[in-house]
Ligand binder design. Structure first.
Ligand SMILES: Cc1cc2nc3c(=O)[nH]c(=O)nc-3n(C[C@H](O)[C@H](O)[C@H](O)COP(=O)(O)OP(=O)(O)OC[C@H]3O[C@@H](n4cnc5c(N)ncnc54)[C@H](O)[C@@H]3O)c2cc1C
Length: 316
C-alpha cells in the first residue's frame, strides 16, 4: 500500500476521524485525502480503484457516525468551497459551508436559505441529504447540480426534478455512485432587514431548543412523515392528532413519550433538551451511541409501531 502515497501526494495514513466529525467520535481512517479541486477528487477516486480500496466522500462530518474501529478505506474530503453570484443565483462548490451561503446571500438581499442558519454542513452534503429545517429544505432552492459518476468518471448535470428530492433524501443518496461537484441555487429578492429578522428567529429557536453546548451529529433519526391511525394511540397521546394534521410526527416527541430523555450509556446521552439528539458528554464511543440508537428504535416500535429511520450516516 506504500505506493498509493506515490501517486496521491498529500494523502495521510491512520487519521483519527473523531477530529473530522462534529460528534468528536470515531476511530482511524486507513487513508485520508483532502481534494482541493475536481482534478484532485478524480485522482483520489482513481487511486482508490487502483488499490481496490473502498472510499467515502466527506463534507464537514456533521451528519456521520464513524465506527470505533475506524474505516479501512480512503476518506476523501471534498474541499472545493468557492462560490459566486449571478443575479439571483449562487453557483457554489460542493464543499462550501452553508453558513457562508446564508451570510453572503443575506448581504445580497437574497432570500431562501434563512432556515439553514446554524447547520454546520457543506452545501454538497445538504443536497445529498435534502437537508432542511423549519418547513423548508434544499429542494426548495436547488436550480441544478453537477455531479461526477464514480463508475464512468463523467460529469452530469441534474435539474431540480432529476435530483428526485424526498424526505431527507435525493437521487444522490439513493444511487450512491455520484459525487456532487457544484450546486446552483436560485433565490429571490427580499429586504435585508426582513431576512435578518427571520435568521435571528431561527437562530434563537436553535439556541433555546438544541443542545448546542455538546458535540453531536444533529438529529439522529428522520421524523415520521406519515399519519398515525391507531385509535388507542390517538386517545392516549392526544398531541398526535395535531401532528397528524401536518403528516409529520416529531421523533423527539416519540422518544420523550418512551421516557428515554436523559438516558446515558458510557459517555453518550439522549439529550434532555431535544430527545432526537444524542450528545457526546466527552469521550463517548460509537458503541455507546449505537446502543442508545437500538434502545430508541426498539421502544418506539413497541409503543407506537413505528420503524424509525436514521438520518445520520454510518461509516464503518
Ligand atoms: C448542531 C447540528 C445541527 C444540525 N441541524 C440540522 C438541521 O436543522 N437540519 C438538517 O437536515 N440537518 C441538520 N444537521 C445535520 C448536518 O449538519 C447536515 O446533514 C449537513 O448537511 C451535513 O453536511 P456535512 O458537510 O457535514 O456532511 P457529512 O456529515 O460530511 O456527510 C453526510 C453525507 O453526505 C455525503 N456527502 C458529503 N459531501 C458529498 C458530495 N459532495 N457528494 C456526494 N455526497 C456527499 C457523505 O458521503 C455522507 O453520506 C445538524 C447537525 C448538527 C451537528
Amino acid at each position: 500500500m506504500e505506493d498509493i502515497k506515490k501517486i496521491l501526494h498529500g494523502i495521510k495514513e491512520n487519521v483519527l476521524m473523531a477530529g473530522h466529525t462534529t460528534f468528536k467520535i470515531g476511530g482511524q481512517a486507513k487513508f485520508f485525502f483532502g481534494a482541493k479541486n475536481q482534478k484532485g477528487l478524480i485522482k483520489a477516486i482513481k487511486a482508490a480503484k487502483l488499490f481496490n480500496l473502498p472510499f467515502f466522500i466527506l463534507g464537514s462530518g456533521s451528519n456521520i457516525l464513524v465506527s470505533d474501529k475506524g474505516y479501512k478505506g480512503l476518506v476523501i474530503k471534498f474541499q472545493v468551497s468557492s462560490f459566486k453570484f449571478q443575479k439571483n443565483k449562487i453557483i457554489a462548490g460542493a464543499g462550501t459551508k452553508l453558513r457562508e451561503l446564508v451570510n453572503t446571500s443575506t448581504d445580497k438581499e437574497l432570500t431562501g436559505l434563512e432556515w439553514a442558519v446554524g447547520i454546520p454542513g457543506t452545501v454538497g452534503a445538504a443536497v445529498y441529504g435534502n437537508v432542511g429545517a423549519f418547513g423548508s429544505s434544499m429542494a426548495d432552492s436547488v436550480h441544478s447540480i453537477k455531479a461526477l459518476d464514480i463508475k464512468t468518471l463523467k460529469i452530469k448535470t441534474f435539474s431540480n426534478k432529476e435530483c428526485r428530492f424526498g424526505n431527507k433524501s435525493s437521487v444522490f443518496k439513493k444511487k450512491k455512485n455520484l459525487v456532487i461537484l457544484s450546486v446552483i441555487l436560485e433565490l429571490k429578492k427580499r429586504d435585508k432587514e426582513e431576512i435578518q429578522k427571520e435568521i435571528k428567529r431561527f437562530s434563537d429557536y436553535r439556541k433555546r431548543n438544541h443542545p448546542l453546548n455538546f458535540p453531536s451529529a444533529g438529529c439522529v433519526f428522520k421524523n415520521y412523515a406519515k399519519k398515525i391511525k391507531n385509535k388507542n394511540l390517538l386517545k392516549k397521546f392526544p398531541e398526535l392528532n395535531e401532528f397528524n394534521k401536518g403528516s409529520r410526527i416529531p421523533t423527539s416527541y416519540l422518544i420523550d413519550k418512551c421516557g428515554l430523555k436523559g438516558k446515558v450509556i458510557g459517555k453518550a446521552k439522549i439529550s434532555e433538551k431535544h430527545a432526537n439528539f444524542i450528545v457526546n458528554l466527552g469521550g463517548a464511543k460509537t458503541k455507546d451511541v449505537v446502543k442508545l440508537i437500538k434502545i430508541i428504535k426498539k421502544k418506539i416500535k413497541e409503543k407506537f409501531g413505528i420503524e424509525l429511520k436514521e438520518e445520520i450516516q454510518y461509516l464503518k
